[in-house]
Design a protein around this ligand. Structure first.
Ligand code: 5GP
Length: 348
């Protein structure tokens, strides 16, 4: 539907390596035929579902394909242009800094975490200089699996880049397999990030049985929540968790296709978007991993609208309100709001 494509949009929850499109995967596969990777191993097609655990296996395959500076630059550039082509005007990309040895190859192929971040920043700047119509910011991701020290190292890296990139790095994400590790080990790092002005978007209660951890992390409090699938009492969460989210007015980043394909939500009509949206709580529709889950942001808005009976006006309001929840400063919010005002007459 052309309305959803032309709708100006804000994307706040997109993992770089989960966002790699079919076309880019094809290019990567042709660069590395020796890996014997087929497209079916990197994306979950229409009607298919996997367990969350199987989804995490998919990321491992993609990481094998994306392991040099050249790959990262191409992937980030392609992803940014694809979001722009889908009508996304402001994008917060998130990615886990990785080091790759690339043994047996040229030593110049080695990449460390700093270089990884620099390369993503380079892609953002290149797109900007080419005049791509999208404002892109970056969140460094902490993979919860890697524990206390790596989390602290990632925060320090984010601090450095926040200062040296003139605001392109705006914060941190906490992600990775929710069944591994515990949030309490990461609290000192997250607290430090908060104290130095970095924003926090944390994956919370993505699976049941994370109540205690969610409670602990909500005390920070985070600036936004990823998923929050099992926070509310109807699915085994609790009213006190909901109260903390509401009292702190913490926006939720909601990814319909991701949750249904990853089987943490049984079907679209049971998605927790409904619970929070009905309450009037800040909700932002996002893709999570547009490549892995074979979707895009226009499709996610359309899905939310068709599943929950939202009018075009309601959808417009939803995309417009997302501007209030971005991590970039107020001046950027004002620019985006003006953009929405300029586009509105063409839409209605
Ligand atoms: P990258 O950080 O390498 O750019 O993107 C892939 C990584 O993002 C995965 O390895 C994982 O740590 C994280 N990720 C992507 N999608 C999800 C998700 O749905 N849930 C969680 N918890 N982490 C995710």
């Amino acid at each position: 539907d052309v309305f959803y494509r032309e709708l100006p949009k804000v994307e706040l929850h997109a993992h770089l390596n989960g966002s790699v499109s079919f076309q880019t995967i094809e290019k990567l596969i042709s660069r590395k035929p020796h890996l014997n990777i087929e497209h079916g191993m990197t994306a979950i097609g229409k009607g298919q579902r996997r367990t969350l655990d199987e989804c995490f296996q998919v990321f491992k395959v993609i990481h094998q394909l994306v392991d040099t500076e050249e790959d990262i630059l191409m992937v980030a550039t392609d992803v940014i242009k694809e979001f722009a082509a889908d009508g996304v005007k402001y994008l917060e990309l998130r990615s886990t800094p990785r080091e790759e040895e690339n043994t047996g190859k040229d030593v110049n192929m080695e990449i460390d975490k700093k270089k990884y971040v620099e390369t993503v920043i380079k892609a953002i700047r290149q797109c900007k200089s080419e005049g791509v119509d999208i404002d892109v910011r970056f969140l460094l991701a902490i993979d919860r699996r890697n524990g206390t020290e790596v989390a602290m190292e990632t925060v320090k890296l984010a601090e450095e880049f926040m200062l040296s990139t003139d605001g392109l790095v705006v914060g941190l994400d906490l992600s990775g397999d929710p069944t591994v590790g515990h949030g309490k080990d990461l609290l000192p790092a997250l607290q430090r990030a908060k104290n130095c002005g970095l924003k926090l978007s944390l994956h919370l209660s993505e699976v049941p049985s994370q109540l205690e951890e969610s409670d602990l992390l909500l005390n920070l409090p985070p600036d936004r929540i990823g998923h929050g699938t099992f926070l509310h009492p109807e699915v085994g969460g609790s009213q006190s968790l909901v109260d903390k989210v509401v009292q702190n007015n913490i926006p939720l980043e909601l990814c319909l296709t991701s949750n249904v394909k990853g089987q943490t939500v049984s079907c679209y009509s049971k998605h927790h978007f409904n619970y929070w949206y009905q309450m009037g709580h800040p909700c932002v529709i996002c893709t999570d991993d547009k490549g892995v889950f074979s979707t895009d942001l226009s499709q996610e808005y359309q899905l939310a609208a068709s599943t929950f009976g939202l009018s075009h006006e309601a959808v417009w309001k939803l995309s417009q309100q997302a501007i209030d929840y971005i991590f970039a400063p107020d001046t950027v919010k004002q620019q985006l709001k003006q953009k929405w005002i300029d586009i509105q007459p063409q839409m209605f």
